[in-house]
Ligand binder design. Sequence first.
Ligand SMILES: Cc1ncc(COP(=O)(O)O)c(C=O)c1O
Length: 446
Amino acid sequence: MVAAEIPKIVVTPPGPKSVELMKLREKYVPKAVYNVTPIFVAESERALIKDVDGNEYIDFATGISCLNVGHRDPEVMKAIQEQTEKYLHLCFHITPYEPYVRLAEKLTKLAPGRFNKKVVLVNSGAEAVENAVKVARRFTGKPIVVTFEYAFHGRTRLAMSLTGSVHPYKYGFGPLDLAVHRTPYAYCYRCSFGLEYPACNMRCVEFIRDTFAVHLSPEDVAAIIVEPIQGEGGFIVPPKEFLPGLRKICDENGILLIADEVQSGMGRTGKMFAVEQFKVIPEMIAMAKSLGGGLPIAATIGREEIMDSVQVGGLGGTFGGNPLSCVAALKTVDLVQRLLKNAEKLGEKLIRRIREMQKKYEVIGDVRGVGLMAAVELVTDRKTKKPAKEERNQILNECYKNGLIIIGAGAYKNVIRFLPPINISEELLNKGLDKIENAIKNVIAK
Ligand SMILES: Cc1ncc(COP(=O)(O)O)c(C=O)c1O
């Protein structure tokens, strides 16, 4: 059991046991399956991880945002344990079970929009996205999906086709889905049009209108899929006009708006769904990651008539919405609802602190975030904005060696993202932030 609130490093990581296990990993697991740290975990609890050599870490990565309620939350664990006494797998298509329909009911009530909704439960974010697009194409009878630069939607064929970065996600994996059209996101720090907000008048939104007038008929477009705050792309927070602008374009052209809330949802920004921060109502939402409180589950939520446009048997899967994940998700959603204010409050403190760091360290070019979805973008020079990729990697390494697990993001591989549990104690949050500040100091002093 992870005991201390103050993590201890007993041997410089990776310790000997992790090194041994890494040899096995190298022998039997393809190198394409990347690892951010070379440490192997023995146990985890709340916001702490203990490795096989006895080192402890504060977790600001939470399994890439899958543990918004922390590791092994007692209420989630109890729900899982109780379910193991009843049944594990049945397959919802064969013999339905209550937790599936209860979770579907709950998600339809939580998702924004005062209209009837329906939910299909699946296993991963990529699957939730694939299903949203399948349904959008079926409902509209149109093929094309508009997606964004820097987007990340997963690693299956359609999801990677929607994804922005070629390396490493798409390179050599073609042919990709061709009915995908990519357009600039509202990445103000590196505006694709070289403009500045607000003088830009939201050129990135108007550009879609121009595209529809000349290059791409909106009559062929089924949906626009968007991360309300881009995740892997670098925690890019668009200006407040961006999502309402997309909503308007969709309404003008009979196009569906799909929000990929896989990373930004489940309370991360202080709201259940990040679209709520922008007061936008999409027709469909993809959810995954933190939904299961640590177990794999994902959901595609959509307007009833859209979801019901698909023929019987067109959606689903063997393990989709498995009972253990459903009961864990039911509990996790309750917990997140209680923690929204906390996420907002801690997020303000976190962002204040990284803004203070920005004043002290030139390497921090940009600070951005909403709630506890926050990031710093590192540059070698604030004027040229040259990405400080090497420095970023050194800082991340320095962090894990000193007891903080924290991960990067960004198409230019120069962003550090903060993903602590939304119920982390303030004390532990501050300790983690001290560790990152020390790492920045050490790396830039070298
Ligand atoms: C916004 C977004 N969509 C989709 C995915 C894919 O999710 P999964 O890895 O569960 O397939 C991710 C994963 O990071 C994501 O951040």
